[in-house]
Design a protein around this ligand. Structure first.
Ligand SMILES: C[C@H](O)[C@H](O)[C@H]1CNC2=NC(N)=NC(=O)C2=N1
Length: 111
């Protein structure tokens, strides 16, 4: 299988399936620094990135914003002094799609 990081996102549509439990386990092995979290019943992928200052955190935030626009798949980004929290899920299906794992891998590569 090609590396997740090199894959392109599919269009986010409401009729695409969420990842199965088996897919979830194997995809998580490819992005070991990400944690699955469930908020309001919606499973999401989350990772905190640490930086030396606010400027570096903001620059990373903007890199992720550019990748999100390229792929038309958008995260929640919380930018603080020295820290960016990135959360991916697929709004159209209220859960995780392979796109979210692709975007998590691309996020790691942008560090
Ligand atoms: C039309 C547009 O592509 C869609 O609204 C996209 C935009 N970005 C998105 N991002 C995420 N994370 N989930 C979506 O379902 C989604 N939908």
């Amino acid at each position: 299988m090609a590396e997740l990081q090199a894959m392109k996102c599919e269009a986010c549509r409401g009729d695409v399936p969420k990842v199965s439990d088996d897919e979830l386990a194997s995809l998580l092995r490819e992005i070991p620094d990400w944690t699955p979290v469930t908020r309001d019943g919606v499973m999401q992928l989350e990772r905190e990135f640490k930086f030396k200052n606010f400027k570096q955190a903001l620059a990373f935030t903007n890199r992720i914003g550019d990748i999100a626009e390229d792929e038309m798949h958008h995260p929640t980004l919380v930018t603080e002094w020295g820290k960016v929290t990135v959360t991916w899920w697929t709004h159209a299906i209220n859960g995780l799609h392979k796109n979210d794992f692709i975007m998590a891998a691309k996020t790691d590569a942008a560090l």
